[in-house]
Write a protein that binds this ligand. Structure first.
Ligand code: FES
Length: 149
């Protein structure tokens, strides 16, 4: 069964512009009918539900796209395909939880002063990006904070 963009937007509770954006990013697909209007397979609703849930837990569009690559675009996924996607999500969420726990551990060093210093703010500079450098210097928030590495 095919659906119009308006029907999909209404059923999925998203804006039409959001559907166009997702399509541009390769998260969903449509085709054009003879009148050059977008049409969607009903299965797009399942993909949109997955996208919304993934965004709720903080996955990036790239991560979501990778997860969805295990699902067929125009038909219901098999149990095996669904399990593959769930397994991929499990790994992504486990990684995200570890990142959040590390940030939680570091939060005591942030005094919430608004400085967002690369040197001392755990919110702005979580462990995994602390060592980023640019042309031999550690890039900090303000030029006066730049230091030789
Ligand atoms: S905002 Fe200043 S230390 Fe975090």
């Amino acid at each position: 069964m095919e659906m119009t963009v308006g029907e999909v937007a209404k059923r999925a509770s998203v804006k039409v512009s959001t559907l166009h954006f997702y399509e541009q990013k390769g998260l969903i697909t449509s085709w054009r009918n003879q009148g050059n209007q977008r049409r969607y397979h009903r299965e797009v609703l399942r993909r949109l539900a997955v996208i919304k849930a993934a965004q709720e837990v903080g996955l990036t569009l790239e991560e979501i796209n990778q997860s969805l690559s295990f699902l067929p675009k125009h038909q219901a996924p098999s149990r095996e395909q669904w399990n593959q996607m769930a397994s991929n999500w499990h790994d992504l969420l486990a990684h995200r939880i570890r990142q959040l726990e590390a940030l939680q551990d570091d939060l005591g060093s942030c005094i919430g002063c608004g400085c967002l210093s690369m040197k001392s703010c755990a919110i702005y500079n979580p462990k995994d990006i602390r060592a980023k450098s640019f042309e031999g210097k550690t890039m900090l928030t303000h030029p006066e904070e730049w230091s030789e590495t």
